[in-house]
Design a protein around this ligand. Sequence first.
Ligand code: UT7
Length: 329
Amino acid sequence: MTTALPRYSRISGTGSYLPPDRVSNADLAARLARDGIETSDEWIVERTGIRFRHFAAADVAVSDLALIASRRALEAADCDPGAIDLIIVATSTPDMVFPSVACILQAKLGIAGCAAFDVQAVCSGFVYALTVADSMIKTGSASKALVVGAEVFSRILDFKDRTTCVLFGDGAGAVVLEASETPGILATELHADGRYVDILCVPGHVSGGNVLGDPLLKMDGPAVFKLAVGVLESVARSVLEKAGRTGADIDWLIPHQANIRIMQSTAKKLKLAPSKLIATVDRHGNTSAASIPLALDESVRAGTIGRGDTVLLEGVGGGFTWGAALIDF
Ligand code: UT7
């Protein structure tokens, strides 16, 4: 009798893409000033750490960003698109109401037949998608997954609301996740609390050929801030315990890139040296589900994160949703 080897999943390649239009705080302040709305580089940097964000051109869809990030991840993994047997895209800004961005991406990659679907968990979306892909690989339903976080949040921003429109940007990040005899993904954990739907939402919807309700992003920033700092600490501790590791084992922390103050507070609570915190929020803004894979790919390509490093990924956002994945890269 042969004993089946334990099956794990491991990231074999990363990729990302930012649209070329880079908008500085000063550019944005000038745009808002035309409508009589005041903001400044000083306020945005001090309260959020954000200096730049990228906006996609009007004719670019989220699947276009996802396609470039995916091709880069496939190339890094030395993986032919035809070998992919699962595509999961985390997004809250899809090309269409349906079908999914994952199906559109599948067609753009020139492949067909494998499972493809979207995950909608807003800024926690990538951690949700990675967790689902990991589970499907561990149970044998997939062997090579393409897991993508991609967003065009610029399309749902209210440029008359200075409390939100200065925060978000567009972009995409992707990983190839493969079956492996060694982990890989050490532990994951997901949570949601739907009682907080209203503190971060886009309430509009399509009905009878019209958009009903306001289709622009609403956020109670201070309420989200307060919840985020609490759950990012608790889910980090929980996922470490699940994996039988401690904070001392973490080489790199990649939290959702929303606000440098939230990220630094999380690192401090976990007693991590500030140098272990990966921050791209200054250059990308908050790209929702794309923020974690974008930061991961940038760090891998810069040589900061190397093979064997232990990385804690943490998402938090609308829903309210949150989650973490501890990985040996
Ligand atoms: O992606 C999902 C997760 N999202 C997050 O984690 C976001 C969490 N929230 C935050 O990051 C912060 O709450 C914000 C960055 C959104 C806001 O920072 P804050 O320190 O919580 O500021 P606040 O909302 O308490 O506003 C302070 C002041 C207010 O003026 P008053 O009432 O004190 O006179 C705002 O009107 O700052 C004002 N303000 C601005 N001033 C200049 C708000 N937005 C701006 C702005 N420019 N863009």
